[in-house]
Ligand binder design. Structure first.
Ligand SMILES: *Cc1c(COP(=O)(O)O)cnc(C)c1O
Length: 423
């Protein structure tokens, strides 16, 4: 890819962009009387304009039908989660049996660990990446304690080498092999939220299975960002939220993947509720839990219609675009951002930026994490005033995510200009 540092180049790229029309389908926050440079879709995706009508439809059915909406609604609530399953499965490269939308992310991580973290005296360790998102750290820590083990002994965190910011796959594999007899579970992010590094999930899964461990991923920063092939990669389980790249609103619902080979394993321990029970006999209200096949058998409660309505509206857009096309644009867009930042660095100003995100497109998604050489916080505040909505992470990282579904090459260019003016 050869990029150019001009507005006309950026605008020409937008003209040729096959996905350019999707920008119009989202609301952009307004700053200083114009669209913000919104580079925080990795934290909270923008609102699809279709979201409101989707919620209103359900509110109307509720108003008009009351409880009958479960069966008589235009989208009968009784089956509501099923309307999302196939589309969600396509986003993560799964078959529909393997996916269900339910609950929220960390809750689902716990539910998956109930089934897939089954420590024994010899085999009780969990391998994860150092600096994982805090919620995941707390989930691992408390699951380990729940089973009577000591977190410091049971949790192995893989850290980058001295002087490096990201993990080498070979180092991950070495840690897996070095602990072959004692690891029960490998549980990592698909994309690390801080560095933006995308892990080689296929290779990690293979290595985990060779030593007899189960392998799960938190895809909070990967779903709707990378092309995923969870089924083919043979991942045991995965969880993701829908409010980041999947634009389904604050506190939105979550997705779960359970590989097909576990679909009929009723012996897996699980925390059950009526929505996971065989739906043919659910309303017989009888004793004795009999799980539905596949991921649906992990449901506990009846579907949360309002957040799911938004998620469904957003998933329709993903279905139309497809992850392949999205990823193609994403690589170009993030590459352009990297190019423009390198340009600023080459101008010899006192302030420069270290990019801690991998430079190889296959090792990252739509995010670049920048470390400013000095006064990063002050710089971040100036960017915010100038109309950039990005994300500050202590102690010194600015995360920017040009999201291919609604960000443009012109956004990237404007961001770089604002950055240049403020260093
Ligand atoms: C965003 C994020 C979360 C948030 O968890 P919730 O349960 O949705 O509040 C958890 N883990 C990771 C890796 C995240 O990026």
């Amino acid at each position: 890819m050869t990029y150019e540092n001009t507005l006309s180049y950026a605008q020409a790229q937008d003209q040729q962009d096959p996905l350019r029309k999707y920008r119009e389908q989202f609301y952009f926050p307004q700053v200083n009387g114009r669209d913000a440079v919104y580079f925080t879709g990795n934290s909270l995706g923008l609102q699809p304009k279709a979201a409101k009508a989707a919620i209103e439809l359900e509110l109307e059915d509720w108003a008009n039908l009351g409880v009958e909406g479960h069966f008589e609604g235009r989208n009968p609530w009784m089956h509501y989660h099923e309307f999302l399953t196939e589309k969600a499965a396509r986003v993560v490269g799964a078959n529909p049996l393997e996916v269900v939308v339910m609950n929220t992310l960390t809750v689902n991580l716990h539910l998956m660990m109930v089934s897939f973290y089954r420590p024994t005296k010899e085999r009780f360790k969990i391998i994860t990446e150092a600096g994982a998102f805090p919620s995941d750290q707390y989930a691992l820590e408390t699951q380990v304690k729940f089973h009577g083990f000591i977190p410091d002994e049971a949790i192995i965190e893989i850290a980058p080498r001295e002087g490096e910011h990201t993990l080498r796959t070979e180092d991950i594999i070495n840690v897996i092999n070095a602990n072959a007899g004692s690891v029960a579970l490998i549980m990592m992010g698909g994309v690390n939220y801080y560095t933006g590094q995308a892990f080689d999930m296929e290779t990690i899964t293979k290595a985990g299975h060779v030593i007899g461990a189960t392998v799960g991923f938190d895809l909070a920063h990967a779903a709707g960002n990378l092309e995923l092939h969870l089924h083919d990669w043979n991942v045991d389980f995965a969880v993701w939220c829908t409010y980041k790249y999947l634009n389904s609103g604050p506190g939105g619902t979550s997705g779960v993947f359970v590989h097909e080979r576990h679909a009929d394993n009723a012996d897996l321990p699980r925390f059950a509720g009526w929505w996971g029970h065989d739906k043919e006999v659910r309303f017989k209200m009888q004793k004795g839990f009999k799980p539905m096949r596949g991921a649906a058998g992990w449901q506990i409660s009846n579907a949360q219609i309002l957040p799911m309505a938004v998620h469904n509206a957003s998933l329709k857009i993903f279905d139309e675009v497809g992850m392949k096309a999205l990823r193609q644009k994403s690589e170009k867009l993030t590459g352009y951002l990297e190019f423009l930042i390198n340009n600023i660095n080459s101008e010899g100003k006192t302030q420069s930026f270290e990019m801690i995100t991998p430079t190889n497109p296959k090792d990252r998604g739509a995010q670049i994490s920048l470390v400013a050489t000095h006064n990063g916080r002050g710089l971040f505040e100036k960017l915010t005033k100038a109309g950039v909505i990005a994300d500050w992470r202590e102690p010194n990282v600015i995360r920017v995510a040009p999201v291919p579904l609604y960000n443009s090459f012109e956004d990237v260019f404007r961001f770089a200009e604002i950055l240049r003016e403020n260093v």
